[in-house]
Design a protein around this ligand. Structure first.
Ligand code: COA
Length: 160
C-alpha cells in the first residue's frame, strides 16, 4: 500500500490498442459469451471488420491477447454504430473501455462522421452511465429489442 491519499499504481501490464485480426476471434468470442451472453458464428467478426477495419478496435495485453474490444460499423452514410463493446470482467474499471471509446470517436471524426448510435439493455446501468459520460443520450425505446424480450435504449451523440 502506498501513502494515504495517493492511489496505488496499477501493477497490471499496460494495454495497447490495435485493429482486430482474425486470430483474435476465439478471445473476442469468449468475451462476447461472458459479457454479452451472445454466441455468434466466428465468421461474423471477420465479415463485419472488412468494410471498415479501423472501426473494430481491440485492447490487447502484453502477450497480445485481447482483453476488450469495440466493434463499430458504418451502415448509414455519415454515421457510425457501435455494434458490440465489451471488456473482460477481470480487466474492467482500469480504463480499457475509455481507451477504446475515445480512440473510436477519434476515428469517427477522422472519417467525418456526424453521429454515432448504439443500443443498450435498459437494465445495463453500468454501460448507460459509461455512454452518458461520453455524451450519448437516449433517443428511443426499443421494445423487446433483445432475444430474451428485454427492452433496449437507442442512444446517440453528435460529433465532434
Ligand atoms: C461498459 C464496459 C465496456 C466499460 O469498460 P471498462 O474497461 O470497465 O471501462 P473504464 O474502465 O474505462 O470505465 C469504467 C468505470 O471505471 C472508472 N475507472 C476507469 N479507470 C479507473 C481506475 N483506474 N480506477 C478506478 N476507476 C476507474 C471509470 O471512471 C468508469 O466509471 P463510470 O462509467 O461510472 O464513469 C464494461 O463495463 C463491460 O464490458 N461491460 C459488460 C458488457 C457491456 O455491458 N457492454 C455494453 C453493451 S451495450
Amino acid at each position: 500500500m502506498g501513502p494515504p491519499g495517493i492511489p496505488a499504481p496499477d501493477a497490471r501490464p499496460p494495454i495497447t490498442l490495435r485493429e482486430f485480426r482474425a486470430t483474435d476471434i476465439p478471445f473476442v468470442s469468449a468475451i462476447v459469451a461472458e459479457a454479452l451472453h451472445e454466441h455468434y458464428d466466428p465468421s461474423l467478426y471477420s465479415s463485419l471488420s472488412t468494410e471498415w477495419p479501423g472501426g473494430f478496435l481491440v485492447g490487447a495485453d502484453s502477450s497480445d491477447v485481447p482483453v476488450g474490444f469495440l466493434l463499430g460499423v458504418n451502415q448509414v452514410e455519415g454515421e457510425a454504430r457501435v455494434l458490440m463493446f465489451a471488456v473482460d470482467r477481470r480487466e474492467r474499471t482500469r480504463g480499457v473501455g475509455t481507451l477504446l471509446m475515445s480512440t473510436f470517436l477519434d476515428r469517427c471524426r477522422a472519417r467525418q462522421f456526424r453521429r454515432v448510435t448504439l443500443e443498450v439493455r435498459v437494465s445495463n446501468a453500468t454501460a448507460i452511465r459509461f455512454y452518458s459520460r461520453y455524451q450519448f443520450s437516449v433517443i428511443d425505446l426499443l421494445r423487446a429489442y433483445y432475444s430474451d424480450g428485454e427492452n433496449g435504449y437507442q442512444m446517440a451523440r453528435d460529433l465532434p
